[in-house]
Design a protein around this ligand. Structure first.
Ligand code: ADP
Length: 356
């Protein structure tokens, strides 16, 4: 039994999805190694998750054994993605190569304070001494410019001759590098971005930005768990995600969708933990008082259910909303609400270090 003989019999294995051409003529047979009775076949698939990959692996084994019953066959598979050529968007991962932790901040639904948490978390991490960037991927309602007081800023762009394309320089403030579609489009314009166009614009906000060396790059994901998210989590090499929720039962049900988006078998990313926002209400004048208006400990229960850490609990405090509205995140302050974000940042950094 020689490798030539194996290659010959493997010509009987046809790919039903490719006009019934066989795997040898399709160039899927990368290598054949024969060592005594041991036969190792390496197959290469042109795209992720070829639905027929399992079938083809089994078919290779069966064909070889039919011809050489004594053979002990192992079939290895790998993926060689054809370089993606999308009109107007030809971005690689070069700008992310010096980013240590690329983390999505996600929520199952809108309005739970995801952007507020993302912005304050970024500021709090920077205050801890980390190098931090945040990309606002909420193309439908970019809030980073307003929350950071950088509305009207226009990021510089230049052509990088080495990459042969334009790169965008993020806006720096509060020790964080910020990028948002809001710097390029008026809010009413952003609303009309749909489907693939929104998706491309959003990837540009991540992949075309000269982030430089960062300890943390947070991606403020669009709310929900739709097609855009699936495309994002496939194309951006996230290390994992932070899920933001309020303690309300309905919001907790949405958490499940958010967790599954990153945890499903084809993605399998780490969930760094859950942030319970609006965990209780504390009036400014009674900072010791806690009113659990959305229910108590819902976040802790949910974290336990999914076996993920509860990274932090953020109270509802008027100054958190005001900080968002006037462009000065409360994480800049050393008041109790600012400290809640400092504690959250420290916990996330601890979880991320574990992952290193
Ligand atoms: P999302 O990104 O989930 O849609 P936002 O971060 O835009 O939510 O928050 C929605 C609104 O709630 C904003 O006005 C924000 O200032 C306010 N908000 C969020 N979290 C808190 C909080 N912990 N305390 C007070 N107001 C908050």
């Amino acid at each position: 039994m020689t490798s030539e003989e194996i290659i010959k019999v493997l010509q009987e294995v046809e790919h039903p999805g490719n006009g019934d051409r066989n795997i040898v003529e399709l160039g899927m047979l990368e290598n054949v190694d024969v060592d005594g009775d041991k036969v190792t076949v390496s197959l290469v698939f042109p795209k992720h998750r070829d639905p027929l990959s399992e079938y083809l692996v089994g078919s290779c084994k069966a064909t070889i054994i039919r011809h050489f019953p004594q053979a002990q066959v192992e079939v290895k598979t790998s993926i060689k993605e054809a370089p993606k050529k999308k009109p107007g968007l030809d971005l690689g991962l070069e700008e992310l190569k010096n980013v240590r932790h690329l983390i999505g901040v996600a929520s199952g639904k809108g309005g739970v304070g995801k952007s507020t948490v993302a912005v304050n978390l970024a500021v709090a991490l920077a205050r801890e001494g980390y190098r931090v960037g945040l990309a606002d991927a909420d193309v439908y309602g970019p809030s980073v410019p307003k929350m950071t007081g950088t509305e009207g800023a226009v990021p510089d762009a230049f052509n990088d001759p080495e990459l042969g394309r334009d790169v965008i320089i993020p806006i720096e403030k509060y020790g964080v590098k910020w990028m948002s579609i809001g710097y390029f489009a008026k809010p009413e314009q952003a609303l009309i971005w749909r489907g693939p166009m929104a998706c491309n614009a959003l990837k540009q906000m991540i992949l075309q930005v000269r982030w430089g060396e960062l300890d943390f790059l947070l991606i403020d994901m669009p709310p929900g768990t739709g097609d855009i998210h699936i495309s994002l989590v496939h194309d951006i090499p996230f290390e994992g995600a932070v899920i933001v929720s309020t303690p309300q039962d309905v919001a907790l049900a949405d958490v499940e969708k958010g967790v599954n988006m990153f945890r499903n078998s084809s993605i399998d990313k780490k969930i760094f933990g859950l942030v319970e926002n609006m965990a209780w209400f504390t009036p400014e004048e009674l900072p010791q008082n806690r009113y659990y208006i959305f229910g108590k400990d819902g976040g802790a229960r949910m974290a336990a259910k999914y076996n993920i850490p509860l990274l932090g609990q953020i109270p509802i405090v008027q100054s958190i909303r005001e900080g968002g509205d006037n462009g000065e995140p409360v994480a800049l302050s050393s008041r109790p609400d600012g400290i809640a974000f400092a504690a959250l940042a420290a916990k996330l950094a601890e979880e991320a270090d574990k992952a290193d």
